[in-house]
Design a protein around this ligand. Structure first.
Ligand code: NAG
Ligand code: NAG
Ligand code: NAG
Ligand code: NAG
Length: 384
């Protein structure tokens, strides 16, 4: 009994010590949005896992046929964590953090794997406010709309646009869950979150004063993603995801594939315990948010149209061993790929890239993470 009590006190002490660093305010935005989604020509049967996995595989290899568009509207609850700067040198700038596929907002605090991987903590210590969001259908997001027809990349783009407008507008706006407004906003994405950031620069160029796109380039290759084995979260881990989660929300199903050196997520120098925790703590990916990327966000072959009207600053950080975004081809290095990515932001007032060595796709969970965090903030401090 006494032993239990003592360990409870120790645990409480540890929790307090961890939270004095940054106060995490959970919040939820109520966002009304309308999107022109794509209509897939041959969508999978929502109750047939075999068809859903085949659809996802087709999306990451041959692509899936689209037959027109379909308008989707609704009010969506967007959950997030707001943290204030933890230093006296406060900057009135908000970083909005948007995770990639099979992650949620906890990616930005390193999935709880230690300060080395804590991007949010680094940003707060550098004087920035942060708002880490769960994309629709992920993390603590209460809604899990149809993962094929409704929860598509274009809808997520429209929702993010509305969140950015809400946090820019004054506190009397009921949509602004922050209760304060920011005149300067940095959009920070990872992977699918970076695709969405680049699309925001093309579609709503006034939304972000700076873009930080991590795990990203305009030379996206899908072989490493297609090589993963996927399974519906509801069948793979009903205790975590609930057996009622629509089958189109999938997880990577084989730990050795996900945490492998040279696979879609990891490469070079990283802690295998972190890669294992990443597998255990992964969130889902929606079949439709992935399958809808080519038509609506990439604007066709070759990585998409340019953000011609975007005048903010852009920083791209992508690992040299990123198996999806920095695969060298004959005569074209990772540095060449990231240099060329800058061409899709022709009017950006600054463009810079950073390519950490010995680092794979989920760069914030590699040993080089602190150097990446430093490079991002040196850039932001210089341009904002
Ligand atoms: C596309 O949609 C139209 C209208 O709903 C339908 O008539 C046509 O058969 C569809 N084509 C394909 C290839 O699915
Ligand atoms: C699921 O789809 C597959 C492939 O189309 C089909 O062979 C199978 O019979 C379907 N299963 C059920 C239960 O409908
Ligand atoms: C209030 O926030 C909503 C949601 O983003 C936005 O669409 C709207 O423009 C904002 N209103 C004002 C007056 O800024
Ligand atoms: C907040 O924004 C609304 C809509 O733009 C405006 O009518 C109102 O005066 C603003 N309130 C303050 C305190 O600035």
């Amino acid at each position: 009994m006494l032993a239990h009590l003592t360990s409870a006190v120790v645990l409480l002490g540890a929790t307090l010590a961890a939270t004095t660093a940054a106060t995490v305010e959970p919040l939820s935005f109520a966002i009304s949005a309308t999107s022109q989604n794509v209509q897939f020509a041959a969508p999978p049967d929502a109750n047939n896992a075999t068809q859903i996995i085949a659809f996802l595989h087709a999306a990451s290899t041959t692509g899936v046929a689209v037959n027109g568009t379909r308008q989707v509207s609704g009010t969506f609850a967007v959950t997030g964590s707001y943290c204030k700067p933890t230093t006296a040198r406060v900057r009135g700038i908000l970083q909005v953090l948007v995770h990639g596929a099979t992650y949620d907002k906890t990616l930005w605090s390193g999935l709880g794997q230690g300060a080395r991987y804590d991007y949010r903590g680094y940003a707060n210590a550098a004087g920035y406010h942060t708002l880490a969001l769960d994309r629709l259908g992920h993390g603590s997001s209460p809604q899990h709309p149809d993962p094929v027809a409704v929860n598509q990349a274009q809808l997520q783009l429209e929702i993010l646009h509305r969140v950015l407008a809400a946090v820019r507008s004054n506190r009397s706006n009921r949509s602004n869950a922050l209760g304060r407004s920011f005149a300067k906003i940095v959009y920070v994405g990872h992977s699918l979150g970076s695709f969405l950031g680049a699309a925001i620069a093309r579609t709503y160029p006034a939304d972000a004063d700076a873009l930080v796109l991590t795990g990203y380039s305009t030379a996206f290759t899908t072989a490493a993603i297609a090589a993963q084995t996927y399974a519906p979260g509801a069948l793979f881990s009903p205790s975590r995801f609930g057996s009622a989660l629509p089958l189109g929300y999938v997880v990577t199903a084989v730990e050795a594939e996900r945490s492998r050196n040279g696979g879609a997520f990891y490469g070079g120098a990283f802690d295998t315990d972190v890669a294992r925790a990443d597998f255990a703590r992964q969130d889902t990916a929606g079949a439709g948010e992935f399958a809808s990327l080519p038509g609506l966000l990439l604007g066709g072959a070759g990585g998409g149209t340019a953000a011609d009207a975007y005048a903010g600053a852009v920083f791209v950080a992508t690992g040299q061993l990123d198996a999806a975004f920095c695969v060298p081809t004959a005569g074209r290095t990772c540095a060449d790929i990231l240099q060329a990515t800058g061409e899709s932001f022709p009017r950006a007032r600054a463009y810079k890239y950073y390519a950490p060595a010995d680092t794979g796709h989920v760069l914030s969970l590699h040993y080089s993470a602190p150097a990446t965090f430093r490079a991002v903030h040196e850039f932001l401090d210089g341009v904002l």
